[in-house]
Design a protein around this ligand. Structure first.
Ligand SMILES: Cc1ncc(COP(=O)(O)O)c(C=O)c1O
Length: 410
């Protein structure tokens, strides 16, 4: 009976085009963005949708730090942070993260998902009678944490500061409140109005919790994120980030006041009852962050190449979804089945790896490709991508625009 119930749900996913197939992709160290397909005679493809936004996963200093940590401390941490897992590198990493975000303290979690889920769950329970205000497009990890906390919640329309103000104004000033939002929304590539959100939050006596997962390493002074770029870090009470994207490895974190971080460290079950990250990961993350703090090269190249890619796509008649003002360039397909078929053609005919982004990651009818260039992509690869998408769109009769209509976008 149990198998049949689950089979039925899997079948429903297949029928709706939402069933997920993993592409086995062996990235080639030292040749980013190239990868090989072991199921297709190791043929080579160019990766166009990696969250390794700056190629730091293959950076020589990061790899060297990881090797060094394995040789010095061994492969695993050996326990939770509280029971033997707090090796020396943690202290250095958490100090580096706090310094990055100009906060008193930071706390590292095994993943970015876990850091949102566990922190929000814990914080919202710790603050008596707290109401949380959450952007409608917040990530699943944020939604999970908020739901698990079980308290009162209000969802404000995406990036709608006036709606947030109305919701905040409907509660007494002294009631505890937390406003949770992201700086860059990764499915649309748009930015939050951070300055306006923190202003209204402070007016109504709310704490602010900002997920900078898709900004750290790439925006702001020393790559500290969008709040730092806008000069409002002091108005953000809790910065949350990941070390799995621009930093290139894995792990999540929060940065805040010493008291708040100490409270999460001491009360948060999702932090306490899990094994600490291995030394190689912590050492590699530390090396990557220290590199990104003091080198502009990767950031500059990312933004230059993003401009080149936008321009090339526009010349090929490929429209980037209009909200995007960042390194994330979403291209609408609008149908789950078509998106999959187009991805297969891109891979098999053109050697381009673009994962289809289907529901539930995005609403049904807004299925898309989410393209991002990295410092490692060449101009030739950028031009090849544009012509490959153009050919694929023509093949499936998907709409292409006139270049003249898209020029304003770049
Ligand atoms: C906005 C946002 N927050 C958190 C996460 C989770 O981060 P991680 O991949 O490090 O678990 C993601 C992952 O894609 C994300 O997009």
């Amino acid at each position: 009976m149990y198998q049949a119930i689950l089979q039925e749900q899997l079948e429903a996913l297949r029928l709706s085009g939402q069933y997920r197939h993993f592409t086995t992709l062996n990235r080639v160290c030292g040749r980013y963005p190239m990868a090989r397909l072991p199921e297709k005679n190791d043929s080579e493809v160019v990766v166009w949708c990696s969250n390794d936004y700056l190629g730091m996963s293959q950076h020589p200093s990061v790899r060297a730090a990881m090797h060094e940590a394995v040789d010095q401390y061994g492969a695993g941490a050996g326990g939770s942070r509280n029971i033997g897992g707090t090796h020396q590198l943690f202290d250095r990493l958490e100090t580096a993260l706090a310094d990055w975000h100009d906060k008193e303290a930071a706390l590292v979690f095994p993943t970015g998902f876990g850091s949102n889920d566990a922190t929000l769950q814990c914080l919202l329970r710790a603050l008596p009678d707290c109401v949380v205000f959450s952007d409608a497009l917040n990530h699943a990890s944020i939604i999970n944490g908020i739901r698990a906390a079980g308290g009162e919640r209000q969802v404000f329309r995406h990036n709608d500061v006036e709606h947030l103000r109305q919701l905040l104004a409907s509660y007494p000033l002294e009631r505890p409140k937390v406003v949770v939002f992201e700086s860059i929304y990764s499915m649309d590539g748009d930015r939050a109005p951070i300055v306006e959100i923190v202003k209204v939050a402070k007016q109504y006596n709310a704490l602010t919790y900002l997920d900078e997962v898709h900004a750290v390493g790439m925006y702001g002074p020393r790559g500290a994120g969008l709040a730092a770029e806008l000069g409002v870090l002091d108005q953000v009470d809790i910065v949350q980030g990941t070390m799995a994207k621009a930093i290139g490895i894995i792990g999540g974190y929060i940065a805040s006041t010493s008291t708040l971080v100490d409270a999460i460290r001491s009360l948060c079950t999702g932090f306490i009852f899990t094994t600490a990250l291995p030394p190689a990961v912590v050492g590699g993350c530390l090396a990557s962050i220290e590199h990104l703090k003091y080198h502009e090269g990767e950031r500059q190249a990312l933004h230059d190449k993003t401009r080149q890619l936008r321009d090339c796509l526009a010349r090929a008649g490929i429209e980037v979804m209009p909200g995007s003002t960042t390194h994330v360039l979403p291209i609408l397909v609008g149908d789950g089945h078509l998106c999959k078929l187009a991805a297969e053609r891109l891979l098999n005919v053109h050697g381009v790896y673009l994962q289809p982004i289907n529901a539930p990651s995005v609403p049904v009818g807004s299925e898309r490709f989410r393209v991002n260039v990295t410092p490692n992509h060449s101009l030739q690869q950028i031009e090849h991508l544009a012509s490959a998408i153009q050919e694929t769109f023509r093949h499936f009769d998907l709409p292409l625009a006139e270049y003249s209509l898209l020029r304003g976008v770049a």
